[in-house]
Ligand binder design. Structure first.
Ligand code: ATP
Length: 281
């Protein structure tokens, strides 16, 4: 989605109380820097992401939101030339330490992408795929049902579990992808613009689902839609692009990280305020 369009809105402060973060943060980022080859995409990010909250990453195109999100479950490892410096701690452990298995990291920290991407398999097999791969020993039927229920999809698909995942609408496919992520019992779910390919009704369903899910999971979402960030998130990180004219490099940087209420009603930094009010973006 064109961030300019998303930037040109005025967003009222969400008038619901933001809960105080409970317990130790799930992620602690210290001077986190992500590069593609010699290009620094995002630099020096420090933030603590609280448990059982929804944290939104917002900012103009190219500021490194998706890059930062992917660094939280080592998804960037799959991109040739990508590297991470600084510390990204998950539940107190450095996920980039040499003895850490990135596959296990991605099982604990699942991901839902912009475009719904069901496998070319039945609805049932889409959800059962991950648990089967992990050697799940319990009752697969129960697990598939439970995952689909948690993704608010069970009632719509319970009579056609053998049909292809592609037979579903875009919004249903995205909820199927969420069910697939849930089925492997993750702790965190990362969502990269999960609603950008969906209509407003399907979008609101996913937002309702996210609110419901946060009792059990920690969610980090990248969104271009500031109304969505204001509606759904508890915490918001605003990133910007620092431009070095001399070398012509554009590097993403974190400007502010605070409760969503503060970011949208009383941001401390003028760049955040300007972006949120649509003056730049
Ligand atoms: N695989 C890659 N290889 C090289 N450079 C990349 C790669 N992915 C992203 N980049 C660059 O890293 C920077 C940050 O990109 P990223 O997609 O993380 O930004 P973003 O804030 O999510 O952007 P958008 O809002 O447009 O999706 C950009 O300059 C982009 O061109």
């Amino acid at each position: 989605m064109d961030p300019q369009a998303a930037g040109a809105v005025s967003v009222a402060a969400p008038n619901r109380p933001t809960r105080e973060p409970v317990g130790a943060p799930v992620f602690e980022l210290r001077d986190a820097t992500v590069r593609y080859g010699s290009f620094t995409a995002v630099k020096g990010v420090g933030m603590d992401i609280p448990r059982n909250e929804i944290t939104a990453l917002i900012g103009p195109s190219g500021c490194g939101k998706s890059t930062l999100l992917r660094s939280l479950n080592r998804m960037n490892d799959l991109i040739a030339g990508a590297s991470v410096d600084g510390k990204i701690m998950y539940n107190g452990e450095d996920i980039y330490a040499p003895d850490v298995d990135p596959v296990e990291v991605r099982r604990r920290i699942g991901m839902v992408f912009q475009k719904p991407n069901p496998f070319p398999k039945s609805i049932f097999d889409n959800v059962a795929f991950g648990p089967r791969l992990n050697g799940y020993k319990g009752d697969m039927g129960d697990l598939v049902e439970e995952s689909l229920r948690k993704a608010f999809l069970w009632d719509e698909v319970k009579d056609k579990l053998k049909e292809s995942g592609f037979s579903l609408s875009g919004g249903q496919q995205q909820r199927l992808c969420i069910a697939r992520a849930i089925a492997v019992d993750p702790d965190v779910i990362l969502m990269d613009e999960p609603c950008s390919a969906l209509d407003p009704i399907a979008t609101l369903k996913i937002e309702d689902l996210m609110r419901e899910m946060k009792d059990e999971y920690t969610i980090v979402i990248v969104t271009h839609n500031m109304q969505q960030a204001a509606r759904v998130s508890d915490m918001t990180a605003f990133l910007t692009v620092d431009i070095d004219d001399e070398v012509g490099e554009r590097t993403g940087a974190l400007v502010e990280f605070d409760t969503t209420a503060t970011i949208f009603a009383g941001a401390h930094d003028k760049r955040t305020e300007d972006y949120i009010s649509g003056r730049f973006g």
